[in-house]
Design a binder for this molecule. Sequence first.
Ligand code: BGC
Length: 808
Amino acid sequence: MRFGHFDDSAREYVITTPRTPFPWINYLGSEGFFGLISHMGSGYSFYRDARLRRLTRYRYNSVPNEQGGRFFYIQENGDYWTPSYAPVKAELDAFECRHGLGYTRITGQRKGLEAELLFMVPRGFNAEVHQVTLRNKSNTTRTFKLFSFVEFCLWNAHDDATNLQRNLSTGEVEVEGSTIYHKTEYRERRNHFAFYHVNAPVAGFDTDRESFVGLYNHLGEPDVVKNGASKNSVAHGWAPVASHCLEVTLAPGAERKFVFTLGYIENPVAEKWQKPGVINKRRAQAMIEAFSKPEQVDAALQGLRSHWTELLSRYTVQSSDEKLNRMVNIWNPYQCVVTFHMSRSASYFETGIGRGMGFRDSNQDLLGFVHLLPDLARQRIIDIASTQFADGSAYHQYQPLTKRGNNDIGSGFNDDPMWLILGVAAYIKETGDYGILDESVPFDNDEKNTASLMEHLTRSFEHVLNNLGPHGLPLIGRADWNDCLNLNCFSETPDESYQTTGNRTGRTAESVFIAGMFCHIGPEYAALCDKKGQADKAQRARREIAKMEKVVLEHGWDGDWFLRAYDFFGNKVGSKECEDGKIFIEPQGYCVMAGIGKDSGQALKALDAVKERLDTPYGIVLVNPAYTRYHVELGEISSYPPGYKENAGIFCHNNPWIMIAETVVRRPERAFEYYKKITPAYIEDISEVHKMEPYVYSQMIAGKDAVKPGEAKNSWLTGTAAWNFVAVSQHLLGVRPDYDGLIVDPCLPAEVPQFTISRWWRGTTYVIQVKNSGKGGQPKLVVDGKPVTGNRVPYSAKGGTVHVECTV
Ligand code: BGC
């Protein structure tokens, strides 16, 4: 069942009923100011950091869901309603929400009045613009009132939700004309304030929540809206809000637009005050003037659209499969960019007060946006590498505002160092910027202890070799990619963190997955050593990788698939011998991606075992059988009920590893089948089962052991976005940058018989026309009319367009 449809030419998803199975959200903002917005207008806004600079309040895990947002109420002769359906939930004659790239448009109609709400963050501004267009579609003149409403958060979202004994006394506002200023804590250490403005004279306003809503009412029936009159309340403490009242009369067929601006301003300390107690509003005025007319809003929307047109033109495909086209050309890269900005901080599942930037997460996210935002990727790499320790290990997370490693979580996740090599290699392949390797980068942000980025990569590589266990496999530490495989934790105390508690300090628990990573990512390190003229290091690296491959085949092979790990006691994890948890997805993907067992048969066997034991109609589960009881020696993985999250959920992040692995063994049908199973556009028709947005990936879909298989959670902020983009663009469609050329190596089944890819790479556009037999054979390439051997289009410095014909 569907709840809307794609509009590809507008690059929008159109939701046609407010009753979606979960709030379906979008993101506003692409620089410093961001907002989350659901199809009913709920959500919140923040500046840079969702925890420390939260502008508006939203209550997570609440009933009903839309507890906070930007709401517009219409009141006409006692009848009141909200065009976004919520929060009033008066029946609408028509409803539509269009989520576009960086903007959302919600239109509601009732009794001949239509209200269209456009929400966006214009490029170059730290503000959300809300444009309300009112249309009289009836034959009589209509006179009614429009009320706006946002509730301010007192900046620190965690404190705001918990420290009420202080907060309820600190709230302060100023009102001047049609602008409401929120200035809580501005009198002391904050140099920032927020404002909510409308570009028309108001009939009244409210800034105090209790006055607006009424003590025992709710947002669906606010006092002021019910009575049709603002109270001109001024908040002192309690809960500051901003509400404007506008009186509107519309003749039949007439239309009127109002522009509201929700802005964030920082003042230099010396310029904080206009006079004692009155904030300096100069910068706010300038922002207000920038959006005082609807034409300015149109221009800003146009600017936003052009920005995305430019970005998305860097990789496009035209094929007969419209779902493939819309994912590759629009929604998958869009999600990658959102994930780059948000990391894992703010979504409808991440509350914006928890996690900072993950070391491994950020390196993997980079794979999905490096071709779109290479300069930001460069900066991100330096930020991440600066949190590495001198021994090659790394803080698992860092805080976006300070860019410092997070001491609460610390280090000891032994996969982290290798991801840095992968991120840097992807950046260099994209840009050819080898200069980044010479950048001087601190360890643990200590400017007195620095080394070149290349040296950081060496420390990453050596960290694995310095931490090998009894079988010669890498030690897992606190966990590897699978945060929930905690083999040294042994936790029997509630509330203890599985990730940060190491109750035993063993040097026995080993990870076959990290060994696979070492063999897959290690060659990139060797290649970079060669490029830097460090041939000895490169040779040593290749020797160690070859050695590791042997170790994996000897100690990491279980007969029909790759083992997952050895636990603290040296027992096998992910083996036929195990009572449950016999086979895991991660090592099958990563070892085959590394080519381990490709020529000796193990690779095919491992992938066949995945098909037989892990594949389901909704995607590939992480492990099988699910753990049915708590295993103290395995940690968090066995704490989840069967079928959820790491305990045999379909963890969409690692499904693409299997897709890529299937292309390594040249089985296009299987690769594409797996792709279609989890890719949102292909499962739009089962939205009632899946529940999450059909335009973005979710982190997890409940697996076959769950009570509701196929039901997804954690949409938007997940490494799934980047990895699926890598899988589909670089391995199925098969176009990927290498150090000295663009590899063209498609691996798609016959159902996609021909397609054209346009890839902008280092200043040149490569237009690649593919004729595909679907048999997974080797490609034959003709470049600008001349045949070339192999699957690599040489790098062209000429700019313009290079034409490539590819026959598979
Ligand atoms: C984390 C990742 C981790 C994955 C699997 C996600 O929630 O952000 O770092 O690899 O879970 O455990």
